[in-house]
Design a binder for this molecule. Structure first.
Ligand SMILES: [Zn+2]
Length: 283
């Protein structure tokens, strides 16, 4: 972290009997063309009609209802709808696979970061070999109200001490002009408790309101980052991408504030790969 800074949509069918009677009286005017009660042929026809019609109905109705087209399978035969294309990984499943230890500390949350403000993932080194639990305890005890959302141990275990939607003070003040450069000008959701300006050269403070901070347990010039730790960071970034539904830009702390030590020189190739393919090694 390298921190000298304090840093989410009827008709009425019951026609009256009077109206029906009127209709029956009116009927004889045209009824001899239709019904001759004394003419046997017509009566025969009248009575046979239903029988002539019925078989047709019996044949056609079932066909209409069950199989209008021979090649259309019945509902029971239709295969179940195909699953949705799984282009977007499920964030909950990815998080579960990471076995993240949640150890949220209220003092680390400095307001809710609007989802449309999420834009960056800032990578840091702890500049200490102390494990994640110790680091989090130290952050909570030093009074600076500074932390990062995640701490990744050398063995790949991951600790989370603040919700993704919380603003956490991990990036602090950045080079003057960086709020415009990075488009991090709206700091209105950050309570800024505990912050103290560090000088005119680093007067911009917007990054925390637009980012997620990840700390890797590592000290400068102490050698390579263990593969287990880098694999964990790969998976953590994939989870954060799935959570937001887009890829946040990956930067390191010293890009925000020049002169910072983190990330370490040994991380340079990994950072380039993260920025190109979102994993620590070339695809
Ligand atoms: Zn840092």
């Amino acid at each position: 972290m390298s921190m000298a800074y304090p840093s989410l949509a009827r008709c009425r069918k019951g026609a009256s009997t009077a109206l029906l009677a009127a209709a029956l009286v009116a009927l004889p005017a045209c009824s001899d063309q239709i019904i001759e009660p004394d003419a046997p042929e017509q009566q025969e026809i009248f009575t046979e009609e239903p029988n002539d019609v019925a078989p047709i109905l019996e044949k056609s109705e079932p066909e209409d209802e069950v199989s209008p087209r021979p090649n259309t399978p019945s509902p029971a035969e239709r295969p179940a709808p195909a699953a949705e294309p799984t282009a977007e990984p499920d964030a909950d499943a990815l998080k579960e696979a990471l076995a993240i230890t949640e150890d949220f500390r209220e003092s680390f949350a400095h307001g809710t970061k609007p989802r449309d403000h999420q834009r960056y993932i800032v990578l840091h080194d702890t500049e200490s070999d102390a494990d994640a639990q110790s680091i989090i305890d130290w952050w909570d005890s030093n009074g600076n109200l500074v932390a990062a959302h995640f701490v990744v141990n050398k063995d790949g275990s991951i600790w989370q001490c603040a919700p993704l939607d919380a603003i956490v003070h991990h990036a602090g003040f950045g080079d003057t002009g960086h709020n415009n450069k990075y488009g991090t000008t709206d700091e209105s959701y950050d309570d800024k408790r505990g912050t103290t300006p560090i000088g005119d050269w680093a007067a911009d403070y917007g990054m925390n309101s637009y980012s997620i901070g990840i700390e890797m347990v590592h000290s400068s010039s102490t050698g390579a980052y263990p593969e287990a730790q880098l694999d964990a960071v790969d998976d953590l970034i994939a989870y954060i991408d799935a959570y937001y539904g887009f890829e946040s830009e990956i930067i390191d702390h010293k890009a925000w504030r020049s002169g910072n030590s983190d990330t370490s020189a040994e991380f340079a190739d990994h950072l380039a790969h993260y920025q190109a393919v979102r994993t620590h090694a070339a695809g």
